[in-house]
Design a protein around this ligand. Structure first.
Ligand SMILES: NC(=O)c1ccc[n+]([C@@H]2O[C@H](COP(=O)([O-])OP(=O)(O)OC[C@H]3O[C@@H](n4cnc5c(N)ncnc54)[C@H](O)[C@@H]3O)[C@@H](O)[C@H]2O)c1
Length: 330
């Protein structure tokens, strides 16, 4: 496969980010942009000369010119696009979480197994050099015993993302990392949530995970962070992993490029997620997209989260949400 032809389905907040990044990833061409909203799809296709605009994902499945589909629809609408695409012989990237129910996730896994096509869940932190280094360096430090991962996002963003429980939509990044680092099965999941904004789902979420090998982890996510200007974004995210031989830590808002202006004061600009350097997406997002393309071109072996791992992280997230709901109901 010389040039990988991709279709992006879902041209909302995050689909736009894919479309921007894909402009500068070599070996790939956007051949179709699909969104239920025709105007949105057409606007998003600008900047991709020759890209077809579609409003129905079935058109993408039927198009023999599409090799791979990137699914960037809302969390509960991943299966409706991904399963038919896999069955039509397309490789697929699905934004996280793989699905919001086990039934959907298993249907997608079945379609991937039957078609033999790559099904990648977009856990991009596995392609962030710092988080990937934690995994590698843990090998010399012994098992992870005690893990704390946090993710606090802007209040205003919760207007959109309250549509899905934050353990499943947001903390899922950390759940995937924690399972990857600890490498053992979760035996008990305790969720504690608060809804202070009155939106559809709780905006403060603490999850305590107990593992078969004795490890314990906390995943914490909230939407109580003040609003950020997104071109100056500092994610308040990080992880601390304690092992017998030492401690490994990643803190997104204290590392990176420092900028001080009279307008905004001191800022630390995250360079690890989306940074574009010399016109190319160079953060974890770019690395993940390049890896996907290289896999399809047969240049490397797949190193992202497997569908089985994505399903396990989703199960844990659902267990945390269910535990919190049961506690609140009692
Ligand atoms: N990895 C990250 O850091 C990150 C950040 C934000 C969002 N996301 C994920 O990206 C996905 C999309 O989120 P978003 O913020 O872009 O949401 P969004 O609501 O802004 O966009 C979703 C788009 O999908 C379209 N759509 C819905 N169903 C469709 C269908 N069947 N066919 C075609 N188009 C359809 C909608 O019209 C909308 O334009 C979600 O899974 C979300 O969790 C990931």
């Amino acid at each position: 496969m010389d040039l990988v032809n991709v279709a992006v389905v879902g041209a909302g907040e995050f689909g736009a980010r894919y479309l921007e990044a894909l402009k500068a990833v070599s070996g790939v061409r956007v051949s179709c942009v699909c969104d239920r909203d025709a105007d949105r799809a057409a606007a998003a296709a600008e900047g991709h000369p020759g890209a077809r605009v579609a409003t129905d994902a079935a058109e993408v499945c039927d198009d023999p010119g599409v090799d791979a589909v990137i699914v960037v629809t809302p969390e509960s609408l991943h299966r409706v696009v991904a399963e038919p695409a896999l069955r039509a012989g397309k490789h697929v990237i699905v934004e996280k979480p793989l699905a919001t129910t086990e039934e959907d996730a298993l249907a997608m896994l079945g379609a991937a197994q039957e078609s033999g096509k790559l099904l990648m869940t977009s856990f991009l932190l596995r392609f962030d050099y710092r988080y990937a280094q934690v995994k590698e360096r843990l090998q010399g430090l012994g098992p992870a015993r005690n893990v704390y991962a946090y993710r606090n996002f802007d209040r205003s963003l919760f207007g959109l993302y309250s549509r899905t429980h934050s353990f499943i939509e947001n903390a899922i990044h950390d759940i995937d990392l924690v399972l990857w680092y600890v490498g053992s099965k979760v035996t008990r999941a305790h969720g504690y949530c608060r809804n202070t904004m009155g939106l559809e789902n709780p905006d403060i979420n603490w999850g305590v995970l107990e593992f078969e090998n004795g490890a314990i982890a906390v995943v914490h996510t909230s939407w109580l962070y003040p609003d950020q200007r997104h071109d100056l974004l500092q994610w308040n995210t990080g992880v601390q992993v304690m092992a017998d031989g030492g401690v490994l830590e990643v803190r997104s808002d204290s590392d990176g490029l420092r900028m001080n202006t009279s307008e905004h004061g001191q800022r630390v600009l995250d360079q690890t997620g989306w940074a574009t350097i010399h016109g190319e997406p160079r953060g974890a997002f770019g690395a993940m997209l390049r890896h996907f393309v290289q896999c399809l071109r047969g240049e490397t072996e797949y190193r992202g989260a497997t569908p089985a791992e994505a399903i396990e992280s989703m199960r844990v997230a659902v267990a945390l949400a269910d535990d919190a709901a049961a506690r609140d109901a009692s």
